[in-house]
Design a protein around this ligand. Structure first.
Ligand SMILES: Nc1ncnc2c1ncn2[C@@H]1O[C@H](COP(=O)(O)OP(=O)(O)OP(=O)(O)O)[C@@H](O)[C@H]1O
Ligand SMILES: [Mg+2]
Length: 273
């Protein structure tokens, strides 16, 4: 794929229908879906300068479910924002499916973000006084989809997160767990290859948190969506195949998750069959 693949919206209108997104987890020796090399991000200048990322190398394969952990201020959200094209690194290289994102124009990065990346935040970030359906339709509106297709896709996404029948509810009329489901539906409605979730269960009680994790695990298993999830909670990270730990702007450890690993292996085997 070339950078030009992101230049036309047609090529990415339905990533589920594209052969690239149906490809199994990259086989040994194949290129990772995401590759970071020497990523740094510096905020401010002089005495106020903060080095949020100090040279991050990271490879993520298609279909992985990766938990990102580490102390507060270690650079987790900064890294997620770089991965999600919400922020640009100060230095370093970012390849998405082999395409150099660091060489892209602003518009190409926006197109990559809209077509391939979905976001879920701790605070849900839904528009208030706006129905669940309208919230989920928003990314499709940005993409220029017509009303009929927007409604249909948004309904389907809400049903996929267990919220059929709640389309007309505003965020204030939904519980925290339901609001996060709406946010997940909004992230999924464009059929992204990657879901980036920054502390998605951080504002939820443990039962609601577990339900959100079951939903994410299902999306990863059944749809093959690659998931990167920041969490401070070990029992949430336990759902992932791999745990990456940040300390002080660097990756301090990167290990298969002993609980997730057999699931990941079975998953990969069933896809290769
Ligand atoms: N916009 C910004 N301007 C200045 N400094 C920033 C900015 N965003 C983040 N930082 C700094 O960069 C460092 C990394 O922040 P980041 O938000 O990535 O941490 P985090 O690992 O996500 O922490 P937490 O677990 O608390 O969410 C921190 O020292 C933070 O103060
Ligand atoms: Mg953070």
């Amino acid at each position: 794929m070339s950078a030009g693949a992101f230049a036309g919206a047609d090529a990415v209108t339905d990533s589920r229908a594209s052969p690239a997104s149906l490809a199994p987890a990259t086989s040994a020796g194949g290129q990772p879906l995401i590759r970071l090399r020497g990523i740094t991000r510096t905020y401010g200048e002089g005495q106020a300068m903060v080095q949020a990322l100090r040279g991050v190398d990271l490879d993520i394969r298609r279909g992985e479910f990766v938990a990102i952990m580490g102390p507060s201020g270690s650079g987790k959200s900064t890294c997620m924002n770089v991965l999600g094209c919400l922020d640009s690194p100060t230095r370093g290289e970012y390849f998405f499916d082999g395409v150099p994102v660091h060489g892209m124009s602003r518009d190409q990065r926006a197109l990559l973000r809209r077509s391939q990346l979905g976001f879920v935040f701790q605070g849900f970030n839904l528009l208030p006084r706006t129905t669940a359906l309208e919230n989920v339709e928003l990314p499709l509106l940005y993409r220029g989809e017509g009303a009929a297709r927007r409604h249909a896709l948004a309904r389907e996404a809400l049903a996929a997160v267990g919220l059929a029948g709640r389309e007309k509810h505003t965020p204030a009329e939904l519980s925290g767990g339901q609001q996060q489901r709406v946010a997940i539906a909004r992230a999924l409605v464009t059929s992204p290859a990657v879901l980036l979730a920054d502390e998605p269960t951080g504002n939820l009680d443990s039962q609601r948190g577990r339900e959100i994790m079951e939903l994410l695990t299902g999306l990863n298993d059944e749809r093959g969506i690659t998931i990167l999830m920041v969490t401070h909670e070990a029992d949430m990270a336990a759902h992932a195949h791999r745990i990456v730990r940040f300390v002080d702007g660097l990756i301090a450890s990167d290990e298969p998750n002993t609980r997730g690993a057999p699931v990941a292996a079975a998953h990969a085997a069933s896809r290769e069959a």
